[in-house]
Design a protein around this ligand. Structure first.
Ligand SMILES: [Zn+2]
Length: 344
């Protein structure tokens, strides 16, 4: 079915007299792109103007900066909550270093924090296979347990804020896992649009997207097992967005250890790109749709985050995201794809 996914870009130019060039007339290009599924727009401008800032992560271990951490040492045993026995009979879930506990500040009825490591500061290169596998496994198991306990909450989500530029309140590595009927505007818009796409074209958008992106070969990074990695046509992050689609997985119950391993393998490649490019912080999420549908497969997204500078720690989000609900990116997805592909 050729052409059912449309990649629409508007290229525009702003002209002004440039003080950097003796007030000669100059033209700056920018783009507005339309998400091929939802139609939501994203701006691409200010190309190359935002550079990831190097963070000295070990400083977060200094006592005056570290302050109090409830996830360190034996404090996590004493200070983190336990689940009621109807949900998790043993109170908490653990595997290797990973310890999953209820979120003291829950996002939904079943809301967990997964303390990933014993170490307070974990640079990207120290997330080895075992640490990542134990963390994801314990979280996925929690979501499966919750789904069995209360099937009325249809959506299952993992989120991960890594390091302070991401908005993460604690440096100590942790992920959030929750089941919900209200998964947020982005998820809801994509879910509704994917359902409509399915009924209109009798195929699911994401499988079609993989086929098309593979053929175009501008944003398709590569395949690991049954997972497919690509850069998004419209980036949610200022420094771009990388996505992984699991086209055969439609609900949390379908996600097996082999899928976790594929996710980790791809993530290592992404981390290698981050390390090479001084990226020390990110937001990530893994989404699962409800059981019984076959138009919204599981997908993972990761966006780099940075302070604009480390003089006054300006965040990389501004009025665009906060008030216009419009993503802005300074990185062209096709260039990001090329750079990551070398490391895959
Ligand atoms: Zn800690």
């Amino acid at each position: 079915m050729p052409g059912i996914i449309k990649f629409k870009t508007i290229e525009l130019t702003s002209t002004f007299l440039d003080p950097r060039q003796k007030f000669e007339q100059t033209a700056e290009k920018f783009q507005v792109r339309f998400n091929p599924l939802t139609g939501r727009t994203g701006h691409f401008s200010h190309f190359g103007a935002i550079k990831p800032q190097k963070l000295d992560l070990q400083r977060y271990n200094d006592p005056e900066i570290k302050g109090f951490c409830p996830f360190c040492d034996d404090l996590k045993e004493k200070l983190t909550p336990k689940f009621v026995k109807e949900v998790i009979p043993q109170g908490r879930l653990s595997q290797g270093e990973a310890l999953l506990v209820p979120n003291l500040y829950p996002y939904d009825i079943y809301s967990a924090v997964d303390i990933m490591t014993n170490d307070h500061v974990v640079p990207l290169e120290c997330f080895n296979d075992k640490r990542l596998f134990d963390s994801f496994s314990v979280g996925i198991n929690f979501l499966k347990t919750v789904k069995a306990h209360d099937p009325s909450l249809p959506y299952h989500i993992m989120t991960w804020n890594y390091m302070p530029p991401s908005g993460g309140g604690l440096v100590h590595p942790h992920q959030q896992y929750f089941a919900t009927a209200n998964p947020g505007n982005q998820f809801t818009d994509e879910y509704k649009a994917a359902e409509q796409f399915y009924w209109q074209y009798k195929t699911d958008f994401w499988s079609e997207l993989i086929k098309v992106e593979k053929k175009i070969d501008e944003r398709y990074i590569g395949q690991i097992g049954s997972s497919h990695w690509l850069t998004s046509f419209v980036s949610l992050g200022v420094l771009g967005e990388i996505m992984c689609v699991f086209p055969k997985i439609f609900c949390i119950d379908d996600f097996l250890d082999s899928d976790t391993n594929e996710l980790i393998q791809g993530l290592h490649n992404v981390f290698r790109y981050f390390i090479k490019n001084d990226i020390f912080s990110f937001n990530a999420s893994l989404f699962f749709g409800p059981k019984g549908q076959n138009f919204f497969p599981a997908h993972f997204r990761i966006v780099p985050r940075t302070f604009l500078n480390i003089r006054d720690f300006a965040p990389d989000l501004n009025f665009f995201q906060a008030l216009l609900q419009e993503p802005v990116s300074v990185v062209i997805p096709e260039e990001l794809c090329k750079a990551i592909k070398e490391l895959f």
